[in-house]
Design a protein around this ligand. Structure first.
Ligand SMILES: Cc1cc2nc3c(=O)[nH]c(=O)nc-3n(C[C@H](O)[C@H](O)[C@H](O)COP(=O)(O)OP(=O)(O)OC[C@H]3O[C@@H](n4cnc5c(N)ncnc54)[C@H](O)[C@@H]3O)c2cc1C
Length: 551
């Protein structure tokens, strides 16, 4: 950054302004396969710093058009959402005050790690049920702004369902609070003569004038993080208008999130799990049809490659369970070990079906019913109750992390990592997608996912320096996202658009809806100061030019 500009920035910020090379390199990455070097990292101390940053960019934007602000919490974004070229606002250092819990509402700041947030909620025996698998690594800013979801989203839905209030700094450099408004409150807001009034008037008009098209565009799947969620704002029947639904999942492209309220749910006392090993995917569709009506809390899956990896690195996996847990996990996976070491085929797919209730009899009944119902498909089945489920969860949750850490010379490349289709299409779509990958032997991959939601995480392992790999990434993406759009799915259920998927939003939603996304961005951020290149005006060439060159 220009020295004069940097000096000006340092003068107005109470927190830290950092430009040393190692910090810049650290913040050039998130958990995506991209690398974009910023000019400055600002660790804001308080709300005054955030307002000052927006004023600073507005004031200097004409002379320095490349200036922008990209918020970041823990930096575990897999889409490239948390990296950019200009100023990164790192919320983790100071915006991490202990969350407050009042009844079933938690108030939190963006820099609070989810793991610390959960410790607080568990004290009251309540939980935020849309935590992601990265629960040990990520922070609340990313959860709100990616609309994160996870293993319990099948029953509880995603973050969007739990947000009750968001405090934001908008592009005029002022702080506003957003929550669901009734008609009278909305009319009052729209009558205001300030920036907030203008936003409400313009968004109300945009949604009203395009209501049918917007409602039709809502993806017909249970989970979605793609685009701006225009269909969630205006509830015509109940006459409510809620702009928190627009900021949710917007990846910091419409404003900077300072504080928010989340509704929490009670934890169910008892749980029981059925683990189903399938030799092929042939009966998957029918098994899904039997499972979903029993309303499991989660319904997860992983493939033979994931299982192989877990067996190969078993001691590291299992040490998280302690010595006794290690032995019982060893016994639980014994059949798989025997197949593995005797060269027999491992099960093609492992399904984990988890039931939760305050009534233990209900769980027993569901486990029994499900065993009976799936008997005709001859799977091998195990039951886990009373805490035994942990070892199975470990394989499911840790598989991506293991891939990231363990395989030498190869790295995880999330680019078709999070698509969603209706569960009835899984048996048809999944082989089509894996067939595309099979044409590229340089891509090793595992498939794990939230099968009950039709949400799959396919994360290839690649040598990113290999030119064949770099060439194939957009080719595979094009093919896969065409299929997903044809089946009216979503290109991302949880991980969001970022650098990698913004260019595919038009394929998914069509030009009219993308135009509405662009108008929305313009209403909130007319000078494009917030996280440019994400959600609107994505560019596949830019993405490919910023693939990591090493790890
Ligand atoms: C091993 C692993 C497993 C994962 N599993 C899941 C999963 O199961 N489900 C899931 O949903 N995701 C998953 N993810 C992706 C990621 O962890 C989540 O999306 C997480 O919620 C991001 O949180 P973060 O604090 O790291 O956010 P960051 O990466 O820091 O940011 C995420 C986005 O939010 C924006 N943002 C951050 N703070 C603010 C703010 N204050 N104001 C405005 N915008 C802001 C950023 O600009 C960025 O676009 C996984 C990632 C990894 C590495």
């Amino acid at each position: 950054m220009d020295q004069k500009l940097l000096e000006e920035l340092k003068k107005i910020i109470g927190g830290d302004v950092v430009t040393d090379e190692s910090t810049l390199v650290e913040y050039s990455h998130d958990a995506s396969l991209f690398e974009v070097k910023p000019q400055v990292i600002v660790f804001p101390k308080d709300e005054e710093d955030i307002k000052a940053l927006v004023r600073f960019v507005n004031k200097n934007k004409t002379e320095y058009p490349e200036l922008s602000l990209t918020p970041r919490a823990a930096g575990t974004d897999m889409s490239g959402g948390a990296i950019n070229e200009s100023i990164i606002i790192a919320f983790g250092k100071y915006f991490n005050h202990t969350p407050k819990i009042n009844g079933n509402i938690a108030t939190t700041e963006p820099g609070v790690f989810y793991r610390d947030f959960e410790l607080k909620t568990l004290e009251k025996n309540i939980i935020f049920p849309s935590y992601p698998a990265s629960k040990g690594l990520c922070a609340m800013g990313g959860i709100f702004n990616n609309n994160s979801g996870g293993e319990k989203s099948l029953q509880y839905g995603k973050t969007e369902r739990y947000i009750r209030r968001m405090k934001m700094v908008l592009s005029d450099g002022k702080i506003y609070e957003f929550k669901k408004l009734n008609k009278e409150e909305l009319d009052k807001k729209m009558a205001q003569k300030n920036f907030e009034g203008k936003i409400y008037r313009k968004m109300h008009r945009l949604i009203n004038e395009n209501y049918e098209a917007i409602m039709r565009a809502k993806p017909d799947v249970t989970k979605n993080s793609a685009g701006y969620f225009l269909w969630n704002i205006y509830d015509k029947e109940n006459e409510t208008f809620d702009l928190t639904q627009l900021f949710t999942g917007a990846q910091g492209t419409l404003g900077l999130f300072l504080e928010g309220d989340l509704e929490l749910v009670p934890i169910k006392e008892h749980r029981g799990m059925l683990i189903v090993y399938l030799k092929s995917n042939a009966y998957l569709g029918r098994i899904i049809d039997e499972v979903l009506p029993l309303n499991p809390e989660s319904f997860e899956s992983y493939d033979d490659n994931t299982l192989m990896l877990a067996l190969k690195y078993f001691p590291e996996f299992a040490k998280q369970l302690g010595p006794l847990g290690m032995i019982s996990a060893g016994l639980a996976f014994l059949p798989a070990f025997i197949s593995f070491f005797t060269g027999k085929r491992l099960p093609k797919l492992v399904l984990q079906i988890d039931f939760a209730s305050d009534n233990p009899d209900e769980i027993d009944e569901k486990l029994r019913t499900l065993r009976e119902k799936i008997k005709p498909y001859h799977p091998f089945v195990q039951t886990a109750e009373g805490g035994e489920e942990k070892k199975y969860w470990l394989v499911r949750r840790e598989s991506f992390n293991l891939l990231r850490k363990k395989i030498r010379n190869k790295h995880t490349a999330p680019f078709i990592d999070d698509f969603v289709i209706k569960p009835e299409h899984i048996a048809e779509v999944l082989p089509k997608v894996t067939d595309i990958l099979k044409k590229h032997p340089e891509f090793m991959y595992t498939v794990a996912g939230h099968v009950g939601d039709g949400n799959f995480h396919i994360i290839p392992l690649v040598d990113i320096k290999n030119p064949e790999v770099r060439k194939a990434i957009p080719e595979i993406s094009d093919e896969v996202y065409k299929i997903i759009s044809k089946y009216k799915g979503s290109i991302t259920g949880e991980h969001n658009d970022g650098i990698i998927r913004t260019p595919y939003l038009e394929e998914m939603y069509g030009p009219k809806i993308v135009k509405l996304f662009e108008e929305t961005k313009k209403i909130f951020d007319p000078e494009n100061i917030f996280n440019p290149g994400k959600k609107v005006h994505g560019n596949l060439k830019y993405a490919m030019d910023h693939l990591r060159t090493n790890w």
